[in-house]
Design a protein around this ligand. Structure first.
Ligand SMILES: Nc1ncnc2c1ncn2[C@@H]1O[C@H](COP(=O)(O)OP(=O)(O)OP(=O)(O)O)[C@@H](O)[C@H]1O
Ligand code: SF4
Ligand SMILES: [Mg+2]
Length: 370
């Protein structure tokens, strides 16, 4: 049994039983999300070759209020690109983005500001994301004034206090006039989260929010995010390299490989009984779930492919021990491979789960005991 999943401080809903009265429509939805970055190769002037990095290809994703979705994968698999696309920091190459069912793509500054009021992002590096020359008071006042109007005097003090209390930086007087260099990494990340909360968002996009923090405070930040999910009913996208933390924290887990989602389902099923050979590799490279907070996940064996000319068919085929000609030629769709404990679909993009001629023989079940 993983102590991470089983500790008393594990947040409610962390083991695939989210606190919910029933399915709600997604607040933010991406359909066929695609991002190709043009890059310019070397060569003499006038003969420069252009190429394209296939960073994200055809990803579907739904974020629901009061739920956490984890996006897991190796470095370069497209996780941060997805966060940037959902935050509308970059234009999509193709696909659709829907906020409460309506086209979310903004044109113009005012529409973008309204969108940012609903969808906030927190970043990996709390040292880089806070301006070192300004105290906490300035950072939060600016966010409050952008999103809540020109509060002054006691009203402003109350708003700042409420934000700091929400991220458990209390007593407030101890933190409100501190500069970033006077705070620990975890305290800075809490200030960054408070800044995001000033917008009163519905969605929080958290790109590796604990990976740069000291081991001892990672769990505290995940527990804070879980508390905000439950108390503020936030929809959270949690991006991580670490599949064990996805099991602990997320209701649903999506596994990415080379710009595509290769497996999805409730976090318990995906992490404990993975169907896709890549997810199995990822899980087996994180051999000690009890030591979750103490190590960065070791990279799975083999190299991820070039995203400039990704392999045909299944992008995982050069590393997959089960690959057949079918895998090398045709892209596997996300196939239904079972149901989670709440009846939610489990999906894997692997021909091993199809009855196609020439389908690979992938062992049916390599479930691990928790
Ligand atoms: N502006 C850009 N121009 C060209 N290629 C880019 C750009 N931004 C990202 N990429 C490429 O897109 C791919 C996906 O990058 P991304 O940052 O989304 O990966 P990631 O999964 O977040 O990785 P990490 O875990 O290291 O943060 C990578 O191959 C990266 O080099
Ligand atoms: S489709 Fe083929 S190559 Fe891809 S993961 Fe499945 S068995 Fe391996
Ligand atoms: Mg990233």
């Amino acid at each position: 049994m993983s102590t991470y999943a089983g500790t008393p401080e594990a947040p409610a809903g962390a083991s695939g039983a989210p606190p919910s009265d029933g399915p709600e429509p997604p607040v933010l939805e991406a359909v066929g999300l695609t991002k190709h970055y043009p890059v310019h190769g070397g060569g003499a002037r006038g003969q420069r070759r252009s190429a394209v990095v296939h960073a994200v290809d055809g990803v579907d994703l739904s974020l629901h209020r009061g739920k956490v979705v984890a996006l897991v994968g190796e470095s370069g698999s497209g996780k941060s690109t997805i966060a940037r696309l959902l935050a509308q920091l970059q234009p999509l190459t193709a696909g659709r983005l829907l906020l409460r069912g309506d086209d979310a793509r903004t044109r113009g500054r005012r529409a973008f500001r309204r969108y940012v009021g609903k969808v906030q992002m927190i970043f990996q590096d709390p040292f880089g994301s806070l301006n070192p020359v300004h105290p906490v008071r300035y950072t939060l006042t600016r966010a409050v004034r952008i999103h809540q109007g020109r509060l002054r005097g006691q009203e402003l003090e109350d708003a700042l206090a409420a934000l700091l209390e929400r991220v458990h930086l209390t007593p407030v007087e101890r933190y409100v006039d501190k500069y970033p260099h006077e705070l620990s990494g975890g305290q800075r990340q809490r200030v960054a989260i408070a800044r995001a909360l000033a917008a009163d968002p519905e969605v929080l996009l958290a790109d590796e929010p604990i990976s740069m923090l000291d081991v001892s405070i990672r769990l505290g930040i995940l527990n804070l995010l879980a508390d905000l999910r439950d108390r503020l009913h936030l929809a959270i996208l949690y991006i991580t390299h670490d599949i064990a933390s996805a099991r602990y924290f997320a209701d649903t887990t999506l596994v990415m490989y080379a710009g595509r989602v290769v497996e999805s389902g409730d976090s318990e099923s995906v992490t404990q009984r993975p169907r896709h050979p890549y997810t199995r590799l990822l899980v087996s490279s994180a051999p000690d779930p009890d030591a979750l907070a103490e190590r960065a996940a070791a990279p799975p064996k083999g190299e991820p492919p070039s995203l400039v000319s990704p392999p045909a068919g299944c992008r995982f085929h050069p590393r997959c021990p089960f690959a057949t000609d079918l895998c090398r030629t045709e892209v596997p769709p996300l196939l239904d491979v079972g149901r989670g404990p709440g009846g939610e679909p489990l999906r894997a993009a692997c021909w091993g789960w199809s009855d196609r001629d020439g389908a690979p023989q992938v062992p049916a079940d390599e479930g691990r005991e928790a």
